[in-house]
Structures are given as C-alpha cells and as structure tokens.
Ligand binder design. Structure first.
Ligand SMILES: [Zn+2]
Ligand SMILES: [Zn+2]
Length: 355
C-alpha cells in the first residue's frame, strides 16, 4: 500500500476515494460517499461519484500526476446506478472539471451510466393514493438525460463561464453514454431487473477492458457491476446488490472484488425486535437490496477471487471487528476499505520510484 501515485511501486492501483454507503451522515461520519478509482499507468478510471469524490481525488494525489494536472488524469467514469449516494457529486465533474484539467485532455472524458428505468417503481405499502410523481413528463431519466438536466440547472454559471471566461462548452469535454443492456435480457424490470445473463462489453482502450452485468438491487433498474481487466490483473466493483449469481459470474477468478456490505447488527439496533409491519418491511428491504456482512465472504469464495475489499459500508461508522465477519466462508484475504486506501494490483514494478 502506498501513500500516493508518486510513491506507489505498482503500475496499477485501486484507490478507494469514498467508502460510505447510503445517503446519511450516520450522525457525523467523516467518510466520503461511495467512489473508487482504478489508476492504470497514469490514467484514472472512476466508479461512481459519491459525496466528496472530487476532494478525495485531489487528496489522493490523482490531480498531481506528472503531466496530468487536475482532472486531466481522468480518462473514463462508470456509474453503477442512479441512487443519489452514487451520483450526488456528479455535477462536480463538469462544473469544476471545466476549469481544472478537463480542457487539457486531448479527448473528452467518457462517462458510462445506466439508461432510463422505463417505468416508475411500483408503490410500496397498501392503500396509498395521490402519491406525487416528480417530473411526470420523464420521471425515470437515465444518465444522458440527467446530465443534460444538470447543464440546464447550472446554465447560468456555465454560460457565464463560456461567455466571460472563454471556457469551453462542457459538452466538448465530457462524452456521456447510457449503457445499453443487451437485447432480450430484461423482460420486466419490476419483476426481475437482473436475470441470469453473461457479462457484456462496455468500454475498451489500450489499458483496460470493461465489462458489465446486471445485479440485484430492486427496485432499481438498471443496476450494474463492472469488471476491469488490465495487464496487471482484474478488479471487479459490485455496485449495490444482494448476493448475486451474475456478480459471481462477472467476478470469476478476479484479483480483487470491491463489494458493498451491510452490517446486520446495525439493522437489529435501529429496527429492534419485535417489529411492526412497516419496520419489518424496511429491514427486509435493506437485506434484499444489499449484502449482509456474513454473506459477502461466500460470494467472494464462489467467484474464486483473491482479495475481497469491503466498501460502501453501511453504516459508515461500524467497527472493524464487525466488518471482519466478512471472512466467514472465504479463504482469501479480506480488506476493510477506508477512504484514501491504495492497493497495488499485480506485481510491483519499482520501489518508490517517481513516474
Ligand atoms: Zn448505495
Ligand atoms: Zn443503491
């Protein structure tokens, strides 16, 4: 593990920028929201834009790599799903990036994210009427439309920047695409948003090949896991999911699996038994949409992954000893993720040599 890109002995590094899951401060955590970076020979590939990702990006030294100031080191970004804890600080990419590095890139940053859900999430609970719908003209937008809506919301600032400060149009700096789920895979997102399927390609360049698969995070659709294959090894990001056969398929033989996790003792603490029907439904929902710490080891074992890294910690303030239960059923190495943690992938290429 190294302190920064300048001292890392590895060509490829996993850097955890933010490790907190969920949209809450848990009463005052200082962890940033979920966001991870894979740094491959000076290029950065980002997964998710949780709260504070940009601050952590700069703290990690990713904005100070030789010849690549600010966000010019960012080559591509991948959004697992559109829950707010994964995209809360997405606007920072273009609002800040326009003036801090993106214009120095020869090619636009590529952003890949979920497409539109296609239909509203079904109503939970019984006998609910007059439930408001936000923006009924398009209530379930995907990444491309969401991005354009952010530009619209910030048009005052962006136009000021273009006209007065002579900055470029952010459309020319960031190229956003909705990830297309292969035809025929999902019949009804409200019945099964992650049926058995094979991984499919999303992106490839000279340093990484990225594949995706749908994972089980109902009622969210689409919710993706991503696999990055590099010359130094492979790293898989679970996104938000309950234990998923699709994820196990995607993660087969990977060097590192970065997996979300939820502490079941915490659920018992804030929803103590006996529970009423609403509390029981809430507890069940948390467990059906996420992976209990006692269950994540079996996922890593089934995938045959060498190292399991816990992130998207819910709650963010649980103790190390509670997260260590992830070792149950797993013979590999468990790493409890922390913000700004570096993990070298593959073999070290040099010791402390600046690149
Ligand atoms: Zn989440
Ligand atoms: Zn989520």
């Amino acid at each position: 593990m190294a302190a920064s890109s300048l001292t890392s002995a590895f060509r490829t590094n996993l850097v955890l920028l933010g490790t907190a899951g969920g949209r809450t401060s848990y009463g005052g955590t200082t962890l940033a929201g979920i966001s991870s970076a894979l740094v491959v020979d000076g290029d950065v590939y980002l997964v998710d834009f949780g709260q504070g990702w940009l601050r952590r990006y700069l703290q990690a030294g990713l904005g100070m790599m030789p010849g690549k100031p600010g966000l010019s080191s960012l080559r591509a970004a991948f959004i697992t799903h559109l829950h707010a804890d994964h995209v809360m600080d997405y606007p920072a990419l273009f609002l800040f990036g326009t003036t801090d590095g993106l214009a120095a890139r020869k090619t636009p940053v590529r952003v890949f994210g979920p497409g539109p859900r296609g239909s509203l999430v079904p109503l939970s609970g019984a006998n609910r009427t007059n439930v408001p719908v936000i923006h009924p003209e398009d209530p379930t937008p995907g990444t491309v439309v969401m991005t354009e809506s952010i530009y619209k919301a910030f048009a005052n600032d962006i136009n000021d920047n273009i006209r007065d400060s002579q900055k470029p149009d952010p459309h020319t700096l960031v190229a956003v695409e909705d990830i297309k789920v292969p035809n025929g895979v999902v019949v009804d997102a409200n019945r099964d948003g992650a049926p058995d399927m094979q991984p499919f390609p999303v992106y490839q360049d000279d340093k990484v090949k990225v594949t995706a698969i749908l994972v089980s995070h109902a009622p969210v659709f689409p919710s993706f896991a991503f696999r990055f294959d590099t010359a130094d090894g492979s790293v898989v990001f679970s996104g938000d999911t309950s234990p998923s056969q699709n994820l196990i398929r995607l993660a087969k033989g990977a060097d590192v699996l970065v997996h979300e996790v939820i502490d079941t003792h915490w659920i018992d603490e804030f929803l103590p038994r006996p529970r009423n029907a609403a509390q029981e439904a809430k507890a069940r929902h948390l467990l059906e949409a996420h992976t209990a710490v006692e269950a994540v080891g079996a996922v890593a074992q089934a995938g045959g992954v060498k190292t399991l890294v816990l992130s998207h910690l819910a709650p963010a303030d649980s103790s190390e000893s509670r997260w260590r239960r992830a070792q149950e059923g797993y013979s590999g190495r468990v790493v409890v993720g922390k913000d700004l943690m570096w993990l070298g992938i593959g073999a070290p290429v040099s010791m402390g040599k600046e690149r």
